[in-house]
Unconditional design. Sequence first.
Length: 213
Amino acid sequence: MPYASCVPFPVSDFLAWPDLYDCSSHELQLGDNLLAVDPRNNLKRLPLKTCIRQSAFAFALLAVAACAPTPPSDTSIIARFNAHRAEFNQLLEMFDHDGIDGRLGCADSSDDARHPQPISPQRRAEYAQILTAIGCDGAVYYTRGARAQFIMWSVGLLFAGQDKSIVFSPGVPPAPVVESTDGYHWTQMDHDRGAVELYRHIDGPWYLGYVAN
């Protein structure tokens, strides 16, 4: 699996890995406000605050990778879709009617300034109500006549996370299509690309999508 269930990751283990960040090496010496770093072959000095920031950022990335929760099962996501199929179809009709294009946040209009849509505040509230009812998590992405992606679960960072979504693809089917995305084991090709993108067919133009990186 690309991510394990959350497991405690001691700070001491992180600090014992000197190659993960620039501020560690074989010998560390504190000066007035500099940290001297001696990797045996050469000597370089970094501001102590810079070293702390770099170390904290590296640890944050490790924590995300080590403690990402297990995704919900395909079955649970598909069951949610089937329970709200009428609302999904209603949203597609609303998107076309209102000229929605691109990203639309699920919960509210707090980030709509980055992706403005041609709808009134009252209409925006109607979208938020329906998207919340279907369990949308984060945003929906829509391209008229081509594709709609409803994020149903997500965790992590932009380039270090994973999500499951309901995908409407009336034209070219997405690929690759698998029997299940649950418990997927990364291949060497996945590691080379640094990401996984999988789809499970539900019926007609509807798919469940899984992405991890």
